[in-house]
Design a protein around this ligand. Structure first.
Ligand code: FE
Ligand code: CA
Length: 514
């Protein structure tokens, strides 16, 4: 067990007063300005611990010196975990070294905590104290545990909207938050950006410094910081953390124009910056341009979260992507998660460890076709055999309560899942909840309209074009779902409301009215 390093804290206090202090190596170093401007975060809870995140950045938005940290110095960052917000009862302490090669990010994996318990944490370096974050551990693996309030969302295009959705999620004080991708967008500064929210840089981001600066811009937002500080997050990226609609090593098009090597470097840079800026465990540290993100989080006997990566291993979108009729998409050799991840998912579902098996993933899962049998090639409709194997797989394994959580489409949907979507008599075998976006789409086209293509897809039960998130209370007998929506994202002044609620009953997949 590590002890809080008092010596460094005392030296740091002197540095903060504006004088020179001696660092660990004995060289004189300049005082560090307040470095916790990107907030704090926690993630991936276990019954005995959680990972704590921060990143040192005294000047997050300085384009000439991203982050504003010395590029040749390591910094020791101490952390504390307490049972109270004022840190009178500190139960764990430790320190990590923040290095320039990881953008001075910190990922502290804490162990030795009590299961199913609320904690508070903070960081210290060079005499500076971070904001306080609230987190919690998961219940013990064999325990039924208490109810869990969770919230999930996706798609936070900074230029399109203020983060009212993050603010409201934080106010709910959920026990767990899932972010299903498009946490950042890679586009260059746009002409339609809201005041004060124009994207960093001068062009679509491609290199590591640009991705780092983009994360800093997003993470400097107070509402995003509040949502991170309120609960542990489970994060999975979608496409815009790298570039639009990429598939494994294939690009959607060659814009911006890159050589094959430049594109490979770009993906590696994007994954590196994602890891640096997310509360992920060390197992997710990128390696040779790849990143291990699909993983399982157990929540006692209440729930198991299967977090999927639907970008890194997928076959290329069929028929050149887009919305179209494409028989080739049905080739059984095609997979969206890739064979290894598909098998990993089915193995995990077969364990039936918790009442609820929750798939946290990115793209539209249920079948949705129009009158010409056209559908979206980037979602699971572009990989129907893959979807089939997963749905039939969970049916064969007797999975009682599969719930798919989805982002990506900037619209809210609630869907019933069927092994045969074309047969009205086919039983409902699962439920899908699709969150709208935090900001992407802004206030454009938010009026209420009927469910698109409802006549061809009777399993689609709810649709909304408003910005928002989904809140769900999980118990052993039911899941109470609220589709939450904010009145506007082009102004901080807004209201929040529940547009629609559903109940999913244990042992009875599908959507009921409360
Ligand atoms: Fe998006
Ligand atoms: Ca997306």
């Amino acid at each position: 067990m590590t002890k809080f390093n008092r010596r460094i804290f005392v030296l740091g206090s002197v540095a903060a007063a504006g004088t020179l202090a001696l660092g660990g190596g004995g060289q004189a170093r300049a005082a560090l300005a307040y470095p916790f401007k990107l907030g704090v975060a926690s993630g991936d809870p276990l019954p005995d611990g959680v990972v704590l995140w921060t990143r040192l950045a005294p000047t997050p938005l300085d384009p000439d010196r991203p982050g504003g940290m010395p590029t040749n110095q390591n910094f020791t960052v101490d952390w504390e975990v307490a049972t109270d917000e004022r840190f009178t009862n500190v139960v764990q302490r430790g320190s990590e070294v923040a290095v320039p090669g990881a953008a001075h990010s910190v990922h502290a994996e804490v162990h030795g905590l009590r299961p199913d318990y609320e904690y508070f944490y903070r960081f210290k370096t060079e005499g500076h104290l971070s904001p306080v974050g609230r987190t919690r551990t998961a219940p013990a693996l064999d325990v039924l545990g208490r109810d869990l309030l969770l919230a999930f969302t996706s798609c936070a295009a900074f230029e399109d909207g203020f983060y009212n959705v993050y603010q409201r999620m934080a106010e709910d004080r959920p026990g767990l938050i899932l972010h299903l991708g498009d946490y950042i967008y890679e586009g260059g500064p746009g002409a339609d950006a809201l005041p004060g929210r124009k994207h960093s840089g001068t062009r679509e981001i491609v290199n590591l410094a640009e991705y780092r600066l983009r994360y800093a811009q997003y993470k400097a937002d107070a509402d995003l910081q509040a949502a991170h500080a309120v609960a542990p997050w489970l994060v999975v990226p979608d496409d815009h953390e790298v570039e639009n609609n990429y598939a494994a090593w294939k690009r959607d098009n060659n814009k911006p124009e890159l050589t094959e090597q430049q594109w490979k470097d770009r993906r590696a840079h994007a994954y590196q910056a994602y890891y640096e800026n997310m509360p992920l465990r060390g197992g997710a540290k990128p390696n040779g341009g790849n990143i291990q993100l699909y993983r399982r989080i157990r929540w006692g006997r209440l729930a198991t979260f299967h977090l999927l990566d639907t970008r890194q291993y997928r076959d290329d979108q069929a028929c050149g992507d887009g919305w179209k009729y494409c028989p080739e998409a049905g080739d059984p050799a095609r997979s969206l998660p890739g064979t290894a991840q598909e098998n990993w998912l089915l193995d995990g579902l077969g364990q039936r460890n918790g009442t609820w098996d929750i798939l946290g993933q990115q793209v539209f899962f249920a079948r949705r076709v129009d009158g010409n049998d056209a559908s979206g090639m980037d979602g699971w409709d572009g990989y129907p055999a893959s979807r089939d194997r997963i749905q039939k797989g969970w049916v064969q394994r007797g999975v009682r309560n599969p719930v798919v959580l989805t982002g990506d489409v900037h619209r809210a949907w609630a869907n019933e899942l069927k092994v045969d979507f074309t047969n009205p008599a086919s039983p409902v075998v699962g439920t899908e909840l699709v969150t709208s976006s935090v900001a992407s789409g802004g206030d454009r086209d938010i009026s209420d309209i009927p469910i698109p293509d409802a006549a061809y897809n009777p399993h689609l039960k709810f649709y909304s074009r408003r910005r928002g998130y989904v809140r769900a209370n999980l118990s052993q007998t039911r899941m109470d779902v609220d589709f939450r929506t904010v009145s506007t994202v082009t102004s901080k002044t807004h209201t929040v409301s529940t547009q629609r609620s559903f109940v999913i009953e244990e042992g009875r997949p599908g959507l009921r009215n409360p």
